[in-house]
Design a protein around this ligand. Sequence first.
Ligand SMILES: *[C@@H]1O[C@H](CO)[C@@H](O)[C@H](O)[C@H]1NC(C)=O
Ligand SMILES: *[C@@H]1O[C@H](CO)[C@@H](O)[C@H](O)[C@H]1NC(C)=O
Ligand SMILES: *[C@@H]1O[C@H](CO)[C@@H](O)[C@H](O)[C@H]1NC(C)=O
Ligand SMILES: *[C@@H]1O[C@H](CO)[C@@H](O)[C@H](O)[C@H]1NC(C)=O
Ligand SMILES: *[C@@H]1O[C@H](CO)[C@@H](O)[C@H](O)[C@H]1NC(C)=O
Ligand SMILES: *[C@@H]1O[C@H](CO)[C@@H](O)[C@H](O)[C@H]1NC(C)=O
Ligand SMILES: CC(=O)N[C@H]1CO[C@H](CO)[C@@H](O)[C@@H]1O
Length: 486
Amino acid sequence: LSLGCWPFSLSFSFSSVFSGCLFSLFFAPSIVAALGTIVVFDEQWFIQKLDHFNGADIRVWKQRYFINEAFYRPGGPVFLMIGGEGPANPGWMLNGTWLIYAEKLGALCLMLEHRFYGKSHPTVDLSTDNLRFLSSRQALADLAHFRTVIAESRGLTNRKWVAFGGSYPGSLAAWFRLKYPHLVHASAATSAPVYATVNFPEYLEVVWRSLASENAECPLLVKKASDTVAELLKDPKTYDNITKDFNLCSKLQIQTETDAAYFLETLAGNFMDVVQYNEDNRGFEGAVGTNITIKVLCGVMADTSLGDPYYRYAAVAHLMMDTFSIKCLDANFSTYLRDMTNTSWEGPAAGGGRQWVYQTCTEFGFYQSTDSPNQPFTGFPLPYHVKQCADFYNISAEQLAEAVAQTNEYYGGYNIRSSRIVFPNGSIDPWHALGITKDITSDLPAVFIKGTAHCANMYPARGEDLPQLTLARDHIFLRLQQWLKQ
Ligand SMILES: *[C@@H]1O[C@H](CO)[C@@H](O)[C@H](O)[C@H]1NC(C)=O
Ligand SMILES: *[C@@H]1O[C@H](CO)[C@@H](O)[C@H](O)[C@H]1NC(C)=O
Ligand SMILES: *[C@@H]1O[C@H](CO)[C@@H](O)[C@H](O)[C@H]1NC(C)=O
Ligand SMILES: *[C@@H]1O[C@H](CO)[C@@H](O)[C@H](O)[C@H]1NC(C)=O
Ligand SMILES: *[C@@H]1O[C@H](CO)[C@@H](O)[C@H](O)[C@H]1NC(C)=O
Ligand SMILES: *[C@@H]1O[C@H](CO)[C@@H](O)[C@H](O)[C@H]1NC(C)=O
Ligand SMILES: CC(=O)N[C@H]1CO[C@H](CO)[C@@H](O)[C@@H]1O
């Protein structure tokens, strides 16, 4: 699993698959109300090919997109926000740093939902056989076709197009420029994990460092608690206590190593998600719990009045459940397996879990294992993650390794041969470990933002933003402005 939008990860225990910046799955009533009253950004539909790489296959489907023409001035550029591993959130048509840039530059703004996510359903269901049409390559070809047809139909053929994305869509923004340089003039690829890797233990190493930057004791206390839980799982006599302490939905049963790994990962997910999104401004997207920060969690872990670190760890789990209005913690791997193998569009994992894990098994890996000694958690090593590819999609470890190597061969990994792509990264974002962190060339600059988390530069500015974040936003704007003159 990797990491993502909180409410989703806890309720379905995907604790981490979602790297997503853009696509929180729950909308705040205020945004729904705003969109309801303004009703400007109606969803639109684009006829798209099912398989771009087979001329004999003429099947098509409807892809969802949004458009905001409010800032467009004739002659201005076209901005394209790339959708990712969840529903495209129309909140981005109202707020976000890219719109500030659009206003200054007179840009037309478009957002295209990623195939197989949200309402963009290319096939009748999510069977493993149908998921073969889900890949970043097909998604890039969707973008290319969309860009070409929209440009023709709206008289935008001679306009300069700029792609934006954060996290996985950040990689897509970079690769779109790389693979289709004639269609996209420049890209802003925020927090983009451009290097695919089966095992990604560095993620949890950054979590250690991010917790330690709050308080050197904090990751040690987390480690102590996590070790204690792992130890208790070996003794079934403790299960009644664990069930009560962590407010589990039903009595804990550990029959296999997978059951233990799943439970330990679910608890670790509390910390992983908070670190990934620490103090960001996702509130505008409708994300709840954005006031639960590293400082808050480390505060709980340091609170001796709660008892041993084990009890403080349980208190963190309770805090998360209270925050996200979750009645009890479902730590049953069989339920997770059942949900993840449901192939219906109405199924419990169709919000993105089944699709994104498929992409990790067939393209990216990114498994956030506990295989490094320099991280705080215990008990979910690489084989636990790899086995899920077989359990969910009948994909073997060998196929997975081959697919990941193929991804790096196709895109070049860190060795991006392109130009006019800016790569912002945040120092406490665990994903930066797979991103571009140094300028590749002067035309492929990295923008380092000390002290910020995942995708921070894309969210709307706030008074309390760190000065370096404000500077980074300005710097990215200047680069884009410069490039648009070329
Ligand atoms: C989002 O945009 C709306 C409409 O433009 C505005 O009223 C609101 O203040 C913005 N919210 C944030 C968090 O910037
Ligand atoms: C369960 O917790 C209680 C304290 O709440 C403790 O006295 C008891 O020994 C624990 N049982 C086991 C089997 O660990
Ligand atoms: C976070 O905000 C919610 C809603 O405003 C509030 O109920 C909760 O107590 C806050 N939690 C913390 C840890 O500040
Ligand atoms: C776990 O879930 C499976 C399938 O959903 C169910 O049959 C089993 O009884 C559950 N186990 C526990 C301990 O709740
Ligand atoms: C898949 O999920 C849907 C919606 O929750 C449910 O109606 C259906 O029975 C599930 N299918 C299977 C095979 O479990
Ligand atoms: C799983 O994959 C193997 C090898 O690719 C194949 O031979 C087998 O039939 C597949 N099993 C199922 C249930 O699809
Ligand atoms: C955390 C991290 O890796 N940040 C990097 C982001 O990019 C700059 C280069 O501009 C590097 O100096 C940072 O180390």
